[in-house]
Design a protein around this ligand. Structure first.
Ligand code: FPP
Ligand code: MG
Length: 339
């Protein structure tokens, strides 16, 4: 996902400078949580949120991309550190063994270390917000942290709830995920002219909604037989599953619930799940929802004057749309290959 991020020197430069500011903050500390944070931070990640923050800052006044000042880089580092903090905590909550194709910190160093490292990352994030000198950014960060906690709490409270509604799903992903995308874009706008911060926050929120739905679909493409960390095993429903559970009749709903509840994942049951989603149009509907959010984010961008930042953000929206289309083909291919 997100080849566009690797194609532009200026984006690579943002990533490099954001990495440097985060590493510098982490390295001012010598306790073991700092070295765990450094290890995880260096273990990849697209740095999508920092990129969005910097690009969003340049949109309102259709500014040139460069120069990018240290204020923006500090805020960019801060949103990435918040993201990192949530992952250390999420891995404990979900009890996952891997993160970014490596052992999760909680498996390698234990749950306590993972929680404390998340706390440390959060403290350093707030330090960077403070040092950015953008007074209006701090209340936005604090508000978003509160929303993130609520979203994660809501999600865990609905674990194995097979009657989860679409509205409840939207609320969960809005709070646990899209809120941080919204903050990234809003903070960028606040750090530059301060103009259109809400419009850019709205852009980020729509992008984040689409991003999380795509991420959840990606998770469905992982076989629950092999992937012990996958959402379905954890009792978390994605949008296609919610839709199909709502539509199924004649004992199919009970069969599907029993597969999930008993973790009865075999080639045949995995095929059945995807087949049902396909048959009831759940993937198509999900992609229509994703498209709608991406369209709205595109519409917000279109209201601004053309600029290099606007073009890059439009490229990110387009790339997410293309990736979602690819996912549909992957589900079709899965069914063909497992026939
Ligand atoms: C990953 O989602 C997790 C989140 C997007 C949010 C996690 C939020 C918290 C733990 C609460 C707030 C924490 C702090 C430090 C403020 P996912 O489980 O769908 O993604 P994954 O497949 O990558 O695990
Ligand atoms: Mg989770």
């Amino acid at each position: 996902m997100m080849q566009v991020l690797k194609k532009h020197d200026v984006l690579l430069d943002i990533v490099e400078r954001c990495n440097a500011v985060v590493v510098e903050r982490i390295k001012e500390n010598t306790h073991s949580e700092a070295s765990i944070a450094l290890e995880s931070f260096n273990n990849g990640g697209k740095r999508l949120r920092p990129i969005l923050l910097v690009l969003a800052a340049k949109v309102p006044q259709a500014e040139a991309l460069e120069p990018i000042n240290d204020t923006l880089i500090r805020l960019a580092g801060a949103v990435e550190l918040v993201h990192l903090a949530t992952l250390f905590h999420d891995d404990v909550i979900d009890q996952v063994d891997t993160r970014r194709a490596k052992l999760s910190a909680r498996l390698k160093y234990g749950n306590y270390a993972s929680v404390l490292t998340g706390d440390f990352a959060l403290a350093e994030a707030l330090e960077l917000v403070q040092r950015s000198g953008v007074a209006s950014a701090m209340p936005e960060f604090i508000r978003t942290l509160r929303v993130l906690v609520r979203g994660e709490s809501l999600e865990t409270s609905h674990k194995h709830n097979y009657s989860l509604s679409e509205a409840q799903y939207y609320e969960i992903i809005s709070e646990k995920s899209a809120s941080l995308f919204a903050l990234s874009c809003k903070a960028g706008a606040l750090a530059s002219s301060g103009e259109y911060a809400d419009a850019l926050g709205h852009f980020g929120w729509n992008l984040g909604m689409a991003f999380q739905m795509i991420d959840d679909l990606d998770d469905m493409l992982d076989s629950p037989q092999r992937s012990y960390d996958c959402d379905l095993r954890n009792g978390y429903l994605s949008l296609p599953m919610i839709r199909v559970l709502d539509a199924l009749q004649d004992g199919h709903r009970e069969r599907l619930i029993s597969i999930i509840e008993n973790a009865d994942f075999t080639p045949a049951t995995e095929r059945y799940i995807v087949e049902m989603c396909m048959e009831y149009g759940a993937f198509t509907e999900t992609h229509a929802t994703i498209d709608r959010h991406l369209e709205r984010s595109g519409e917000t961008l279109a209201r601004f004057s053309p600029s290099p930042a606007r073009e890059l953000l439009t490229g990110i929206v387009g790339e997410l749309r293309a990736y979602a289309g690819e996912q549909t083909r992957n589900f079709t291919a899965f069914l063909r290959n497992s026939a």
